[in-house]
Design a protein around this ligand. Sequence first.
Ligand SMILES: Nc1ncnc2c1ncn2[C@@H]1O[C@H](COP(=O)(O)OP(=O)(O)O)[C@@H](O)[C@H]1O
Ligand SMILES: [Mg+2]
Length: 509
Amino acid sequence: MQLKPEEISKVIRSQIKYYENAIRQDETGTVLMVGDGIARVSGLANCMAGELLEFEDGSFGMAQNLEENSVSVVLFGSGETISEEQMVKRTGKVVSVPVGETLIGRVVNALGQPIDAGGPISASEYRPIESQAPGICERQGVCQPLQTGIKAIDSMVPIGRGQRELIIGDRQTGKTTIATDTILNQKGKDVICIYVAIGQKRSTVASLVENLEKNGAMDYTIVVAATASEASPLQYIVPYTGCAMGEYFMYQGKDVLIIYDDLSKHAVAYRALSLLIRRPPGREAYPGDVFYLHSRLLERAAKLDDAHGGGSLTALPIIETQAGDISAYIPTNVISITDGQIFLESELFHSGVMPAVNPGISVSRVGGNAQIKAMKKVAGTLKLIYSQYRELESFAQFGSDLDADTKMRLEQGARIVEVLKQKQNAPVSVEKQVAILYAVTKGILSKVVTEDVELYEEGLYIWLDTDARGAEVMQVIRESGKLEKETEEKLKSALEAYTESFLDTRIQK
Ligand SMILES: Nc1ncnc2c1ncn2[C@@H]1O[C@H](COP(=O)(O)OP(=O)(O)O)[C@@H](O)[C@H]1O
Ligand SMILES: [Mg+2]
């Protein structure tokens, strides 16, 4: 082959042109001590808090305590192949994770790496897991509902987009079920959902993903998991990872729902990590900044104003209590930084009232603004009747002969309890909720015996879809969101017509 001198000189010239006269310098340190998932490193004078550090074996850690002569690093791996005297390299970046559309439908770990069978994720953008919450001027009040599809919640503890609503209760009271049902109800509603699993069993996460897949909810959902077997630093960062992924969409003007299941385990992981890096323990051995741990996470939930795209990030943190004790350290902390809470009770759950929401002590501090008008109208009376029923019920147990009015109220209350019961994976659209709640509060249901309420409800939903009168009213409520006089009349006569036909079929049997 002939080499042409002019070609060679051209190559050399371009090489010289792009030669960068800068010495790249990596700042490195040395491992002083390693064990229990943490390492102490010296020689990293300029290391940032929360910076990602790379070890000689290729594993990573995050800088936590910056002390005078050393840095305490929490390890993201097992740390088995790290030993003393090894080199540690600064990456110059705080821990960041991939974000964007490509993550939707995937199951990823705390670092945003895929753990499902879908192959590698090619994300074009990264976001630091910790970032400043939106400022006061960037926000607007919560004004749009986030329908959960759960009657007891949408009617009495409504959730708005951008709100933080705590789900709290003992183990096995249906907390996760409320969260997943809410995800299922977002189908076709243009809400991106993120489910963050913290310190749960792998099998639990697997069956949850399976359930979401089966119901077609993975098309708009990201699952981020740090399971019980993973290192506590990963369990510590995983909610921030999920939040960063959600924020990306929020700043693009989209609506996002994020679930942290659960923050009790998150606090425990943080406690383990803090004790290992020798931060002083405080109450219940949690470090002093455990409040800040959750407040900075939940403050990132927001409804942005229109100048900033109008996106929202709605957070549903979950807290597991021990024997219903909501005055323990972590529950009280999280209650104080959320906009309301949904209390679930074991007693209700075991007596068959599912979802086991206790409406007496559950509140939503901003959600009322975010109910559609029709729902507001029926739910207002529902709350009143229901709380009167609870009061009556407690002392009616002692009296034997009750007057007709008391009896009527007790009967109506019993039907309300029945109407608010709901099965798993069966979200109800808001216009149908309005119909059934209207029937029970206006006494249309009083002709139906309490045992038949479930059957009545099932039939009603089908009837509302198929019968012309029903479908018309449903359409008006769905499109206008209102229940004006005329619509109300129509709804009433439609419900009466259905009740007639329902009672006829019952008598025949
Ligand atoms: N509304 C419901 N109807 C029927 N079963 C339910 C309902 N809610 C929860 N369950 C069942 O109760 C069990 C506990 O629910 P789960 O949501 O896992 O509770 P938690 O997250 O509070 O531990 C699950 O087996 C679930 O299927
Ligand atoms: Mg659970």
